[in-house]
Design a protein around this ligand. Structure first.
Ligand code: 6R9
Length: 658
């Protein structure tokens, strides 16, 4: 394990901002969250979660709230049965809210669609019937490789309705990454579209699927949504247009109740090794915590709020806070297909104004991008509808927090900085709006019902004012139930570090301030956080060394003013490589190679050609020293290097860097 990336810079930032922001009386008076929630949860955690589970419709009530006897494999709401899609769609229609808008969908080129709950019910039913006609049933896996289209939501909910597991693969991942994920889950069906809009251009997407499924024996059908009209190759034995299969289906479908622990989805995330982990989530506990947190942390009033989470459906934030949480709560939300600067840098604020968005949830990297573009851009729009702002994905620096509050929230809307992970399934640490006196840069307290601690290497909680490692010391309903097909890796990755205490190790550094509030300080493992996306250093290193010119590679996350961290690679070229191989064109070829192997999000910002890499006597690369180089710092202690002259060689040779 190396030291927390960027910890020192984060700590420096913290010193510069010590204001706290109490909620306004008006907000507090109407808030969903009250301080009693903490008391209720402290009095009886299981009774508290049972009360939260009653937000949902259960076909059969559970007979045990939590079974932790086979830890770390949890069972929540044992014996209970429910249908997740019914809970997200049908029951709102049955309750008389069929005419309520579920989704205001805004396409990048400016087209839009309004989908009410009644329409959503028909679309999800048709899609479920279509998938069933292709042979999809309970327990089957369906890969979804789509941009932000309503069909992505229909497909996810149709899987949930049938008891099939979806594995959504972010549309920015390469065909290689898609193939690995399809094969790991042995998906039977892939759902994609012809092309996707990106900054005004139509980019092919189905072509990636064609490349991927050339090596996926499990795939029987590819279902293709028509979006851009982009020409695509066609394999008639395998490919079908979405419209041809879905349109003619009956628009009713009877949902079946599944066990509370029935698997709901797999979502791949980067670990510290090259191979991504298929994080497994199940039904009852996941939906309970998704609904509870969405209601409490975002203060949702389903009759009047217009909610917008800007995440992509390919990440966990899109799963829990676009699909399952908001829809379980009967919310009206905006889903936007494109990037924040298409066709202009005011696009988000234009959308906020158009739909009267009240609750807005985004990532620090996006906020910092808005800061770069200038406060005069949001100032051109009417943002007075906004009454709450959220942040997720990485620590938010106090400067961005204050800018967000002032220029987007009109110094009025409370900010919730929400800490959680793909593995936790839902928000774990966050202020409660209307209750908490917020502090710029701190996620502050575990939510009622959640327990988290900052501990030292022995698992002992650290004193207020000190730093350590973040652990979750009690099971929670939306916790991952394992890594798909690899129980051992699940135990090893999350539960082995504090095995004697039974703590879940999150992989994040954190500290308590003097009030006992938690400040997240970034990853303490070899996982980078680039624009809120988790990418492992090993994954990028494997991609680099798979290129014929590269002998060895080491990758570090260097702090970056916009993306949080940026990928910086150090490569040793093969013996035969001459000056041409280390030239600009060659470096571009390496960056493109990484994009092809993993996806454009993993492209290194910088690749430096070096003669050697700094290693300890046991052969471990000392990333700390490479980070010093990447961040233009004086190089730290080199005494544990096998050869201490290596750093001089590296510094001397950097004339060849890009
Ligand atoms: C939801 C999501 C999880 C990692 C996590 C941590 C970082 C997320 C954060 C935060 C500080 C916050 N992270 N939210 N760090 N403050 N509010 O992002 O899931 O993609 O799995 O990433 O992101 O390092 O461990 P995921």
């Amino acid at each position: 394990m190396s030291e927390p990336d960027g910890q020192s810079t984060t700590l420096d930032n913290l010193l510069s901002e010590s204001r706290t922001f109490p909620p306004s009386e008006a907000f507090a008076a109407q808030a969903n969250a009250t301080s009693e929630l903490y008391d209720e949860a402290n009095a009886d955690r299981e009774a508290f979660w049972a009360a939260q589970a009653r937000r949902l419709h259960w076909d059969t009530e559970w007979d045990q709230v939590l079974d932790w006897s086979n830890a770390p494999f949890a069972k929540w709401f044992v014996g209970g049965k429910l249908n997740v899609a019914y809970n997200c769609v049908d029951r709102h229609v049955e309750a008389g809210h069929g005419d309520r808008v579920a989704i205001h969908w805004e396409g990048e080129p400016g087209d839009s669609r309004t989908i009410t709950y009644a329409e959503l019910q028909r679309e999800v039913s048709r899609t479920a019937n279509a998938l069933a006609s292709l042979g999809v049933g309970s327990g089957d896996r369906v890969a979804i490789y789509l941009p932000m289209l309503p069909e992505a939501v229909y497909a996810m909910l149709a899987c949930a309705r049938l008891g099939a597991l979806h594995s959504v693969v972010f549309g920015g991942f390469s065909s290689e990454a898609l193939r690995t994920r399809i094969n790991d889950a042995a998906a039977k069906v892939v759902i994609t579209c012809d092309g996707q809009y990106r900054r005004g251009k139509a980019m092919p997407l189905k072509a990636n699927v064609d490349e991927a499924v050339a090596g996926t024996p499990s795939v029987e059908h590819v279902l293709v949504v028509k979006r851009t009209g982009t020409e695509t190759d066609w394999n008639p034995a395998r490919d079908q247009w979405w419209d041809d299969v879905v349109e003619g289906q009956p628009d009713t479908h009877t949902p079946e109740a599944f066990d509370a622990e029935h698997p709901l989805f797999i979502l791949y995330t980067s670990g510290t090794t090259g191979r991504p982990k298929g994080i497994l989530h199940t039904s009852g506990g996941y939906l309970t915590q998704a609904a509870y947190t969405h209601h409490t942390v975002f203060d949702l009033k389903p009759e009047s709020d217009v909610y917008w989470c800007t995440a992509d459906i390919g990440w966990v934030t899109g799963h829990t806070y676009i699909v399952y949480g908001p829809l379980a709560n009967g919310a009206t939300q905006v889903i936007y297909e494109g990037t924040p600067n298409a066709p202009h840098e005011g696009r988000h604020w234009e959308i906020v104004q158009k739909y009267g968005v009240t609750l807005y949830y985004t990532a620090p990297t996006t906020i910092r991008t808005f800061m770069k573009w200038g406060a005069d851009i949001p100032a051109r729009y009417d943002l007075s509808s906004l009454r709450l702002l959220g942040s997720v994905g990485e620590p938010i620096n106090p400067e961005a927090w204050i800018w967000y509050r002032e220029h987007i929230g009109g110094n009025r809307a409370p900010i919730v900085d929400t800490w959680w992970q793909t593995e936790t399934g839902a928000i774990m640490i966050s202020p409660l709006p209307g209750h908490t006196h917020t502090k710029p840069g701190s996620a502050q307290r575990p939510l009622p019902g959640i327990s988290a601690k900052v501990v030292d290497e022995t698992g002992t909680p650290v004193a207020h004012g000190s730093g350590g490692l973040l652990v979750l010391d009690q099971p929670w309903p939306s916790m991952l139930r394992g890594i798909w097909g690899d129980d051992e890796r699940y135990r090893e990755t999350y539960w082995s570090k504090f095995a004697d205490k039974g703590f879940y190790f999150a992989g994040d550094g954190a500290k308590y301030d003097n009030d006992g509030d938690i400040w997240l300080l970034g990853r303490v493992d070899d996982v980078m956080n680039v624009s809120g996306h988790r990418i492992s250093t090993t994954e990028v290193e494997s991609a680099l060394v798979s290129h014929p010119t590269v002998a060895e590679a080491a990758v570090v996350g260097a702090s970056d003013p916009t993306t949080g961290q940026a990928i910086v690679a150090f490569v040793i070229l093969r013996g035969t490589a001459d000056d041409a191989a280390s030239g600009e064109a060659a470096i571009k070829a390496l960056r493109d190679h990484v994009a092809h192997e993993i996806g454009p999000i993993a492209k290194p910002r910088q690749i430096m050609v070096v003669p050697e890499l700094p290693k300890t006597r046991s052969g471990k690369i000392m990333r700390r020293l490479l980070r010093d180089v990447a961040e233009n710092r004086e190089i730290g202690d080199v005494s544990t290097l096998a050869d201490s002259s290596v750093m001089n060689l590296i510094s001397a040779g950097l004339g060849k860097s890009s």
